[in-house]
Design a protein around this ligand. Structure first.
Ligand code: SIN
Length: 293
């Protein structure tokens, strides 16, 4: 990835960290991106995996227009959307919620338990704590590339089992004491899905190979016991989240951040008890993962 500012016909794109993350300037998202802008936004996403638009004044319709630049809107299982808008989730933790687990507080790639997991997610920051509440992303393609040739060869034939079961009809929530502000849909059979995905996934657009396992949904490696899988999955998580593969976003009201779930994991920090944090979240559909072998 080049660290130079890239000026396309439509937009300025300024990298924010060593391997992923870029700020996109020169666009007002309150009206739908035109075809040239949409292509420039998709190009920035291909190149940087996480893209940041600052100082945007947008409503939910405009957020959905931006999300559709990447693909059709996707409604996701087991998290209640807003009562008056089934395409939008309010990611909220109230000021009076202390010692609760937050939404997205462990490294994950969104809903990887689905057969065709989301491609892109979009967050728009509305109310933020005066400090804390940052979000981190890690670059799963850079992490894959940094493995030794022998380890990459060992992973090439492997698949991972991903499950949403802890959130579905059998739901004993994995996390203790969840925030009451995120409404989890209980008894949702759509969350009981198990999917098998390649451990190394090919991005057909960039040709990049990315690790595609995460500690929230990947229960074990196919054909291996959980005990046998654990050291490999633990190593991959520790390796992928090394600081040099990460971008940490310090939110400002009006920020809009879009990320590629196929080539990243992310984590929302929960270090702001006593303050309200509210973001709107939308999702673009993705494809069934393709093995990189
Ligand atoms: C998520 O979508 O996982 C939550 C991210 C955040 O709240 O920063």
């Amino acid at each position: 990835m080049s660290l130079a500012v890239e000026t396309t016909a439509a937009l300025d794109v300024r990298p924010l960290a060593g391997t992923l993350g870029a700020e996109v300037l020169g666009i007002d998202l309150s009206s739908p991106p035109d075809a040239t802008q949409a292509e420039a936004i998709r190009a920035a996403m291909r190149d940087h995996k996480v893209i940041v638009f600052r100082d945007q004044t947008i409503d939910r319709a405009a957020q959905k227009d931006l999300t559709r630049v990447f693909g059709p809107l996707l409604r996701v299982p087991f998290v209640e959307p807003m009562a008056d808008d089934a395409d939008v989730i309010a990611v909220l933790k109230e000021a009076d919620e202390a010692n609760v687990s937050n939404f997205g507080g462990a490294w994950h790639s969104d809903f990887s338990c689905l057969e065709a997991p989301p491609a892109i997610s979009v967050l728009h920051a509305l109310e933020l704590p005066p400090l804390g509440g940052d979000t981190l992303w890690c670059d799963m393609a850079a992490a894959h590339e940094a493995l030794s040739p022998g380890y990459r060869a060992m992973l090439a034939g492997l698949s991972g089992n991903h499950t949403g079961r802890p959130y579905g009809t059998k739901a004993a929530l994995k996390v203790p004491n969840p925030s009451r502000s995120i409404k989890m849909k209980r008894n949702d059979p759509a969350a009981d899905l198990d999917s098998v995905h390649p451990v190394v996934r090919l991005d057909p657009e960039t040709g990049e190979k990315s690790l595609y396992v995460n500690p929230v949904y990947t229960s074990h490696l196919s054909g291996l016991s959980r005990e046998e899988s654990r050291p490999i999955l633990r190593f991959l998580q520790e390796h992928a989240t090394r600081p040099e593969f990460t971008y940490r976003h310090r939110w400002r009201p009006g920020d809009v951040v879009c990320w590629d779930n196929r080539r990243t994991m992310h984590l929302a920090l929960n270090d702001y008890d006593g303050y309200r944090r509210l973001l709107h979240r939308t999702t673009a559909a993705g494809e069934v993962p393709i093995a990189a072998a």
